[in-house]
Design a protein around this ligand. Structure first.
Ligand SMILES: [Zn+2]
Ligand SMILES: [Zn+2]
Length: 490
């Protein structure tokens, strides 16, 4: 075949030269599902295991038309018969959403079509992968854009454009401020105004064509892939912005994972204390190291009711107060109550014993110091706060990054039931593992029903069975137990 005489070239993987009388495929656009998958090949929810995570994802492991592929020279047949890529796009309003595993730009209303073999595929969304998913003769480039199109009967056609480091890309330049806003705000959608898909340059009429699949779960097959042959350019800074926006600094509670608790300090330079700090939390509240005292004084809580929202952070459920919910006062400093969240099972242990649930009430002073009040729970009667929040927890189940208003929550309703508490200086128990946190752990272990523990566990629904960091070395720290002086009435 004489390549030079052709103005359009394409590849077919010979096995896949099939008619376009394809079976209809699922309506879902890549993944909108709540089950988590990871790109970490060493993780148990990594690419080799996607098909095991959810019954509807079995294609990821067992499909025989999966994407991406290497666009291998030897398998390419050049042809002019496919015709010029027939794009009929128009400007439309769009939003940007951080899906956690990627950033997606979704058009609202019609942004036009591509026409392939007489079928119109409506342009829905685009998103990026770093580095490229497809390779060309084994070579991987820096960035791959996927423009996802769907026909009325649910067939999918994706146009892929690859980028290497060079001059900046105009679409990413335009989106830069929005990408920065969306950084680390998983699940939140931001309007970016009108985006004209015609502005996405292809720069060549040559393209590869094959039949493959979505490259994320459910890995739906019979997707028509059009990979633009020309590798375009993106600046190093733009690549960095898009990677940071997705914020792939994920940590896990799975001790066997390479982003598990023993490795948190290696995931991000700002998280070093997680591995190297000497005042880390949680700890075992060991009898031998506890000094009993009445000098710490009664826990001075000055709370008030305030509006709150509930947010599924993926690794935990957090209730955040909007506006002031009051303070605790410790050694003359006011620490404002900002949020609470739960860990299952408890992070702190008492003489080696672990309980079922630990509540953390997080307070912060105006100069950024933290004070956390922890309450531990064992299985028994239900907890009133969780009873009240249960419907919201169920709504938020598996909706990482989504925040829901729960109305007014009065922190005074959170019962402590004892004046005795442990006090020590430790750290946040999640990255960045910031130290010099004043810990107050209520001595009395309260109760929660087994069903409530399950609700909170199901709501978080991450890959690990627990969200409790292992206990850390006490090192030279003191550990005090406040017990009111019986002769005084404090
Ligand atoms: Zn994709
Ligand atoms: Zn916590």
């Amino acid at each position: 075949m004489d390549n030079k005489s052709l103005w359009v070239s394409s590849i077919f993987i010979p096995l896949l030269i099939i008619s376009f009388a394809l079976p209809p495929i699922a309506l879902c656009q890549e993944v909108e599902d709540e089950h988590e998958f990871s790109y970490d090949v060493n993780s148990h929810n990594g690419p080799n295991h996607w098909g095991e995570i959810h019954s509807e994802w079995s294609m990821c492991n067992h499909g025989d038309l999966q994407s991406p592929i290497d666009l291998t020279h030897e398998r390419v047949q050049t042809t002019s018969k496919l015709g010029k890529l027939d794009r009929d796009y128009k400007p439309a309003n769009a939003t940007l959403i951080n899906r956690g595993h990627d950033m997606m730009l979704k058009w609202i209303g019609g942004a036009g079509h591509v026409h392939i073999n007489g079928i119109e595929y409506h342009l829905n969304q685009l998103h990026w992968h770093t580095p490229t998913e497809h390779t060309v003769n084994g070579r991987r480039f820096n960035l791959e854009l996927h423009m996802v199109h769907e026909s009325i009967d649910g067939k999918i056609a994706v146009i892929g454009i690859m980028y290497k480091i060079g001059r900046s890309d105009s679409l990413l330049s335009m989106l830069k401020p929005y990408l920065k806003v969306s950084a680390a705000t998983k699940g939140v959608e931001t309007s970016v105004g009108i985006i004209n898909p015609r502005d996405i340059k292809i720069g060549s009429r040559k393209y590869y064509r094959y039949i493959g699949s979505l490259t994320t779960p459910p890995c739906t097959q019979n997707v028509i892939w059009t990979m633009v042959k020309k590798v375009r350019t993106v600046s190093r800074e733009q690549l960095h912005v898009i990677r940071e926006a997705v914020h792939d600094h994920e940590f896990s509670y799975d001790i066997n994972s390479h982003n598990g608790p023993d490795h948190w300090g290696e995931i991000h330079p700002d998280w070093k204390l997680c591995n190297h700090g000497d005042m880390q939390s949680p700890i075992d509240l060991m009898r031998e190291r506890v000094q009993t005292t009445s000098k710490l004084g009664k826990l001075d809580r000055d709370y008030k009711p305030a509006n709150a929202t509930l947010l599924n952070r993926g690794h935990d459920m957090m209730l955040r107060w909007i506006g002031g919910a009051g303070y605790i006062h410790i050694n003359g400093t006011d620490y404002q109550l900002s949020q609470l969240h739960w860990h299952t099972p408890t992070e702190h242990t008492i003489n080696g014993r672990r309980f079922n649930l630990e509540l953390h009430l997080v307070h912060e002073s105006t100069d950024g110091k933290f004070a956390v009040v922890a309450i531990m729970y064992k299985i028994g009667r239900p907890d009133s706060l969780l009873s009240m929040l249960e419907p919201y927890l169920k709504v938020l189940a598996s909706t990482k990054g989504v925040e829901t208003s729960v109305g007014i929550i009065n922190p005074r309703d959170i019962k402590i039931g004892s004046r005795k508490y442990y006090r020590y200086i430790g750290s946040l128990t999640t990255p960045p593992c910031t130290q010099n946190v004043i810990w107050t752990i209520v001595k009395k272990v309260r109760t929660v029903s087994r069903e409530q523990v399950n609700v909170i566990r199901e709501a978080v629904h991450d890959d690990a069975e627990v969200n409790a960091r292992p206990v850390q070395a006490l090192n030279n720290r003191w550990l005090k137990l406040y017990r009111p002086d019986e002769h005084r009435n404090d």
